[in-house]
Design a protein around this ligand. Structure first.
Ligand code: NAD
Length: 477
């Protein structure tokens, strides 16, 4: 078992800390105590990072596809070799169970492996022209990217932020969350150790609004990539618009799960219950609103509660834990507020609904039923270990409820009816839809939302194309 590491900035390949820089404590979600001090970048540090990013881009945009591919493949290999150590620090700083933490690091490696292959697949095309002429459509890297990653997937969010730009030939300055800095630093270090030029991948920390403003007003930055809340996303999109920078926004969700009477209820429960409480429900695609068709409502609800009550909540480093603490002190506060509000408005709390102990940020896996629409939790993403189970008369009402909110990230449905599956694929407003399937994320598949859940994609071929600009060259030979 490893200890939590010393922390630093990573600017031009240099590990910077101390030297009068301000710092903040990284808090253990298990205990609520400080584990390490994290240095903040000064304005000079950020300017140095910008200058390096410009130099890095000048070099990397010309690097052959083989070179970019090799770096990503080698970084993936290093992540796989280091998965145990990185998972350990990730579980300590973020609170997810160690097996999930290891899975996250392996997913990051898989993403780099997929992007490595994509380096050779960013084809342009030649247009048909008369003899003596040629027109070519080509894709060039957009330029230096400023990327901001949140705390719920400390390794994967950073891998998503840097993988696409590096495959495309961009440089990137990434700010992982200050609350979970170590795993993101380890991802960046794997890239540098794999031969990525130090100016191509840099890591900074600080007061989020100060860092983002500093980087986004700079004309050096040509693209913003953000994952986090819709509120912050809208603010950053406005900053980026000042300079018409490209943007990829992965924002909040409020995923509906449409459970029809013709579905395999046991399979739906066995798949969706663990999924709803994975990472303590702190996942943007977390199943949240279970919309259950009337005839199977009681059976689904009772089976759901039975499974939730068997879940083990405990030390994330203990292999027996299904769920650890929430990632930060805001988590249990928000759970208490939203669950209290729902109960005041008439919801039933079938299990959970309270904190566990008085140390760290533990909260019981919770199930609410018959939750009225006016409850806050029916409007805003709870981002915690709570599921809502409500009953509906049939398909039309369920689709209407699924689309009611301004969010449109993930949605899920359980049904054996193939014609209905086609209607759902057409009518449910979401960037990703899982049908009889609990997993809607894969390295080779675009990940992103519609409506207030953002725009643009990470992962898949789209994750690389999002870091490229189109240029058409018309030539007389
Ligand atoms: P938040 O919205 O303040 O922070 C979310 C993330 O954005 C954090 O990592 C933070 O460091 C970063 N951030 C905040 N302000 C920023 C700024 N001006 N510039 C750059 N980065 C900035 O609040 P929170 O309490 O961490 O989360 C609140 C809600 O955000 C959650 O309940 C959830 O709905 C949403 N969220 C979504 C995701 C996701 O994966 N889409 C991840 C984390 C949080």
């Amino acid at each position: 078992m490893s200890e939590y590491p010393d922390l630093h900035l990573l600017i031009g390949g240099e590990k910077l800390s101390g030297d009068g820089r301000e710092s903040e404590d990284v808090i253990s979600p298990m205990t609520g105590d400080a584990m390490a001090a994290l240095p903040h970048a000064t304005a000079d540090d950020l300017d140095a990072a910008l200058e390096n990013a410009q130099k890095g881009f000048a070099e990397w945009r010309l690097a052959p596809a083989d070179k970019r591919e090799g770096v990503l493949r080698e970084a993936a290999k290093l992540l796989r070799e280091r998965a145990g150590t990185i998972a350990d620090m990730l579980a300590r700083e973020q609170g997810k169970p160690i097996a999930q933490a290891k899975g996250e690091v392996i997913y990051s490696a898989m993403l780099f492996e997929f992007y490595a292959g994509e380096c050779k697949r960013t084809y342009g095309r030649t247009l048909v022209r008369p003899e003596g002429q040629r027109s070519e459509v080509r894709y060039d890297p957009v330029g230096p990217v400023a990327a901001f990653a949140p705390w719920n997937f400390p390794a994967l969010n950073v891998a998503r932020k840097v993988g696409g730009p590096i495959a495309a030939g961009c440089s990137v300055i990434v700010k992982p969350s200050e609350e979970t800095p170590a795993a993101g630093l380890a991802v960046a270090q794997a890239l540098l150790d794999a031969g990525c030029p130090p100016d191509v991948c840099q890591v900074v920390f600080g007061v989020p609004s100060d860092v983002s403003e500093h980087l986004l007003v700079s004309p050096i930055i040509r693209k913003l990539s953000f994952t986090g809340s819709t509120k912050v996303g809208k603010h950053l999109a406005k900053l980026a618009a000042e300079d018409l920078k490209r943007t990829t926004m992965e924002l909040g969700g409020h995923a509906p799960i449409l459970v029809f009477a013709d579905s395999d209820i046991d399979r739906a429960l066995d798949t969706m219950v663990p999924n709803a409480y994975r990472n303590g429900g702190q996942v943007c695609v977390s199943p949240t609103r279970f919309l259950v068709e009337e005839p199977v409502y009681e059976r689904f609800r009772d089976g759901f509660v039975e499974r939730v009550e068997k879940m083990v909540v405990g030390d994330p480093l203990d292999k027996a834990s299904d769920m650890g603490p929430m990632a930060n002190a805001r988590g249990p506060d928000q759970m208490e507020r939203m669950i209290g509000d729902a109960k005041d408005k008439g919801a039933e709390c079938l299990t959970g609904g309270e904190r566990i102990g008085n140390q760290g940020f533990f909260f019981k896996p919770t199930v609410l039923a018959e939750v009225p629409e006016e409850a806050e939790i029916m409007q805003e993403e709870p981002f915690g270990p709570v599921s809502i189970i409500n009953r509906y008369a049939g398909e039309a009402e369920m689709i209407e409820e699924a689309n009611r909110l301004p969010y449109g990230l993930a949605a899920y449905a359980w049904t054996k009816d193939s014609a209905r599956r086609q209607r759902l694929a057409r009518d449910v407003e979401a960037g990703m839809l899982g049908i009889n399937h609990g997993s809607i994320s894969a390295a080779d598949a675009p990940f992103g939302g519609v409506k207030w859940s953002g725009y643009g994609h990470e992962d898949g071929a789209e994750g690389v194309m999002a870091c490229m600009v189109t240029k058409t060259v018309h030539e007389i030979l």
